[in-house]
Design a protein around this ligand. Structure first.
Ligand SMILES: C[S@@+](CC[C@H](N)C(=O)[O-])C[C@H]1O[C@@H](n2cnc3c(N)ncnc32)[C@H](O)[C@@H]1O
Length: 433
């Protein structure tokens, strides 16, 4: 890469690091940083650097604090961002600290006093000589080898056992999450779509999980393809598609409720699998429902979209044969594609989330007809948001019968982490709640 594009890459990486620190959202930070379109090479380099930094954020900060002997909060936000970017380059791109400091100097020109440059050079030289601690136990291993904070590593260990947790961490570090697309049955078939994409040099393979899904063999900005504009496909994780397929695999759907529907990815698939059935898609957020409307429009689908609170749904009892509850959750299942979520987990109060999930589920269950099916899904790994929520329903609603539950995860299924449970409404005694 030329010197100019390396400087541009560092400039954009600093912008991403600044935004990420403020928002905790890597994808949004990338969008903001690339709204001014840099050189493609610089963009690719800054993106790679940002992902590396986002996954290692807490480790980078620990090293920077150790070598400086002071908290990072003592530095300005711009200096913190530049040091994080520089340390990532020195530690994981094996770049020389002087070379990185010079390029950072150019990237920061006009944005801060040139007096900070000797400081950056001094810190990065120390980072290059940092002696990595030898991990003595699981949590130290998780931190220094796999870049996972202790509380998260402990939760993974509780869930998968020690070797399962290490497998999870190694997997998400080394494997790239695939892009998966769903062929729109109303307009094409997976075979025809796969063929069209292959002709454009975009090889795909069928998803082993759901029949309408294709996995891209290489990275490609597929949203720019005319086939996307024509609504022949949508981008969706296959575990998310499996939730819909599982819900509809039994029973004759007559009326379907998608209760937490926005931005409508599952609504679209519900429509494709049950083209003639009444389909109501609700969400509390009107702005997110607008996105669902746009997405459904692109695919040529229709559904009744309503702003509603699923804890107090505006429907009579026994209105639906099928209900999809894609509950709001911590999103811990998305750690693979959102590496920053290891370190930024604002709003992940599992107690509150679990109460909301139970309130939603308890309010929706009575809307199910006898013999009807409800699918409860979260993109969470944690039991508090999955098995424990379902257990609470079973304990309080004698008519609720658990037909199946399954967990999907990156290291076991190659997908986002998902929990899926299918509940049937039997004919037993009335619900106690
Ligand atoms: C996991 S997302 C749904 C994703 C969507 N099903 C899809 O596949 O595109 C959860 C959604 O639940 C909505 N939500 C949160 N609390 C809700 C409530 N009380 N009632 C209805 N929707 C709610 C959020 O606004 C969010 O859009």
């Amino acid at each position: 890469m030329s010197g100019v594009s390396y400087t541009q890459a560092l400039d954009r990486a600093i912008a991403i690091a600044l935004h990420l620190e403020a928002t905790g959202d890597l994808h949004q930070s990338l969008d903001v940083a690339f709204s001014r379109s840099p050189h493609p090479q610089a963009r690719a380099a800054a993106t790679g650097l940002a992902y590396t930094l986002a996954a290692r954020w807490g480790v980078v900060d620990r090293i920077l604090e150790e070598v400086q002997g002071e908290k990072l909060s003592a530095s300005t936000s711009l200096l913190r961002a530049a040091l994080r970017v520089g340390a990532t380059e020195v530690l994981w791109s094996q770049k020389h600290p002087v070379e990185v400091s010079k390029a950072l100097g150019k990237a920061l020109k006009g944005k801060t006093s040139h007096r900070i440059l000797p400081r950056i050079r001094w810190v990065l030289k120390k980072v290059a000589n940092f002696s990595w601690p030898r991990p003595r136990n699981f949590l130290e291993h998780a931190f220094w080898t796999y870049f996972f904070p202790a509380d998260l590593a402990q939760k993974l260990k509780d869930l998968y056992g020690e070797s399962g947790a290490l497998h999870f961490m190694a997997f998400v570090n080394h494997e790239k999450p695939p892009t998966t697309i769903r062929a729109n049955r109303a307009r094409t078939t997976p075979d025809k779509l796969g063929q069209k994409l292959a002709e454009k040099g975009i090889p795909t393979r069928p998803s082993p999980l759901v029949e309408d899904f294709l996995i891209l063999e290489t990275t490609h900005p597929v949203m720019r393809l005319e086939e996307f504009q024509q609504g022949l496909f949508t981008i969706q994780d296959s575990a998310s598609g499996l939730a819909v397929a599982r819900l509809l695999e039994k029973g004759q759907p007559q009326a379907i409720l998608d209760a937490c529907a926005a931005p409508g990815r599952k609504t679209g698939y519900l429509r494709e699998l049950a083209p003639k059935t009444t389909l109501v898609a609700g969400d509390t957020k009107a702005s997110r429902l607008l996105k669902a409307k746009k997405e459904l429009g692109r695919l040529g689908h229709q559904a009744h979209l309503i702003v509603m609170d699923a804890t107090a749904p505006p429907f009579k009892r026994e209105s639906f044969t099928h209900i999809l509850v894609d509950a709001p959750c911590s999103g811990s299942g998305t750690l693979w594609s959102h590496p920053e979520r290891r370190w930024f987990r604002k709003g992940e109060d599992l107690e509150t989330l679990s109460q909301t999930q139970k309130a939603i589920l308890f309010a929706l269950f009575p809307l199910l007809k006898h013999g009807g099916r409800l699918l409860y899904a979260t993109c969470s790994l944690w039991r508090e948001e999955s098995e424990e929520v379902i257990q609470a329903l079973l304990e309080t609603h004698p008519q609720a019968r658990l037909l199946s539950q399954e967990r999907l995860a990156p290291h076991t299924h190659g997908t986002t982490g998902f929990y899926l449970a299918i509940i049937e409404r039997g004919r037993g005694t009335e619900s106690r709640k």
